[in-house]
Design a protein around this ligand. Structure first.
Ligand code: ATP
Ligand code: MG
Length: 417
């Protein structure tokens, strides 16, 4: 016997029972987003490493330690995509979408890859549903995306949701603020966690995410970027908040909210669920007005969200509905002609029925049991001399001509419906 192989650490198989719940979420996302004018985009699972280095930022956790990068064999470094916004912006610029009427609204449902410490709700391959609106600075596009994610989370039954909201202002404000924050951190360096101290120069904003008690105390008195916004950024933020008020979506303004990606400007937001443990982030996003240009495209504002599918399902109280059961099971009694049964099966499917036939050589009793397990409402029993149609609920059976079985089954189902 050879050793039984396992999927890599931090990955999971989507088994059929779970696939049904995931499909249900995917359908809800598709309906909701497409009704709001977002169109599906799918980019490759890997990209040039440089896309993320430039688009997400060298100093971020994602780029500095979480990427799966490899040589393509020709000396070029490729990376399994850790996130979706940079690839979508790359595609926008590459395909000249700035020439289309703006904004260009796109959505995706795709797997992403990060070299993370595997734990509940944190995987090395996970799925995100995301949406991006490119080419509009209007605060209504920020608000629209937040409301859409809120609606989706409510629809799937996500529990104990909270929305935190902030603004990071413009790159200039942010650069000035960065200096101010660094000065604050240096002044209290002795009370900071070592990793925070080491990153004062590269990524001082990350100090807001630390769990270290001393660091948290220092950060409680730290200056907040949201208090330093320029007039236009402050007005943009005020408008986003007013629109959320109009939509009836509750939020807390939280000046400690810093998102893991470097490219955010102005609005940032995150939905968390208190029903989840330590990994409470369900989805978030923000505005990234400099990103398309940083990737070599024309200056283009943009805003988007990404939500983790596994965390959405963990946050939902009931798993979204499973696939519909089988309607007709084609069973073979003694002397039945296999080809005839196969024909009945195909006819039933052509007529639009969800149908299966016996494939495991069970006895008739075993076949009826199997039909019951599948939730079949009707069973076509083919024998040596003719066929019967059995209603599983009433156990009534009536003889039917094999030729007209599919039609009879369809009629029965309609009557019963
Ligand atoms: P976290 O704080 O949990 O590390 P993040 O800031 O890295 O999250 P984003 O990059 O904003 O997350 O991704 C958006 C969403 O994708 C998260 O809110 C989460 O639901 C999901 N997500 C991120 N990383 C993982 C992962 N490793 N496994 C499962 N889901 C993830
Ligand atoms: Mg992370």
């Amino acid at each position: 016997m050879s050793e039984r192989l396992q999927a890599p650490r931090g990955t999971f198989d989507v088994l059929p029972d779970q696939a049904a719940a995931r499909d249900a979420v995917a359908h809800q996302a598709q309906e909701l987003l497409e009704a709001a004018g977002y169109r599906r985009i799918e980019t490759p699972a890997f990209e040039p490493t440089e896309l993320f280095a430039r688009g997400v930022g060298e100093a971020t956790d994602i780029v500095s330690k979480e990427m799966y990068s490899f040589d393509d064999g020709g000396g070029r470094s490729l990376t399994l995509r850790p996130e979706g916004t940079a690839p979508v912006c790359r595609a926008y610029a590459q395909h000249g979408m700035h020439k289309e009427p703006q904004p260009v609204k796109l959505w995706y449902w795709s797997p992403f890859f990060r070299r993370e410490r595997a734990q509940a709700g944190r995987y090395r391959q996970f799925w995100q549903v995301g949406a991006e609106a490119l080419g509009s600075e209007d605060p209504a596009s920020d608000a629209e995306l937040i409301v859409l994610l809120h609606t989706l989370l409510e629809q799937i039954g996500a529990r104990e949701l909270r929305l935190r909201l902030s603004s990071l202002g413009s790159p200039t404000t942010r650069a000035e603020y960065r200096g101010e924050l660094q000065a604050h951190l240096r002044a209290h360096a002795d009370r900071l966690a070592q990793d925070v101290r080491e990153r004062i120069e590269v990524n001082p904003l990350r100090a807001f995410d630390s769990d270290h008690p001393g660091t948290r105390e220092v950060m409680a008195d730290a200056p907040r970027l949201v208090d330093r916004l320029g007039d236009q950024d402050a007005e943009h933020f005020a408008q986003v908040r007013r629109l959320l008020d109009v939509a009836g979506v509750a939020y807390e303004v939280d000046g400690t909210l810093v998102r893991g990606l470097d490219y955010y400007t102005r609005t940032v937001f995150e939905f968390t669920s208190d029903a989840l443990g330590a990994q409470s982030g369900v989805g978030g996003g923000g505005r990234y007005d400099g990103l398309v240009e940083a990737l070599g495209g024309p200056a283009t504002p943009g805003v988007g969200f990404a939500a983790g599918v596994e965390r959405m399902l963990l946050a939902a109280s009931e798993q979204p509905a499973a696939a519909a059961p089988i309607e007709l099971f084609v069973a073979l009694d003694e002397g039945a002609v296999r080809e005839r049964a196969f024909e009945v099966l195909l006819e039933a499917r052509r007529a639009g029925l969800r149908a299966e036939m016996e494939l495991a050589g069970r006895s008739l009793k075993g076949q009826l049991k199997q039909a019951d397990r599948l939730g079949a409402r009707l069973v076509a029993i083919l024998g040596a001399d003719g066929a019967q149609l059995r209603d599983m609920a009433s156990s009534e059976q009536e003889p039917v001509e094999a030729r007209t079985l599919a039609a009879a089954a369809l009629r029965r189902l309609r009557e019963g419906a």
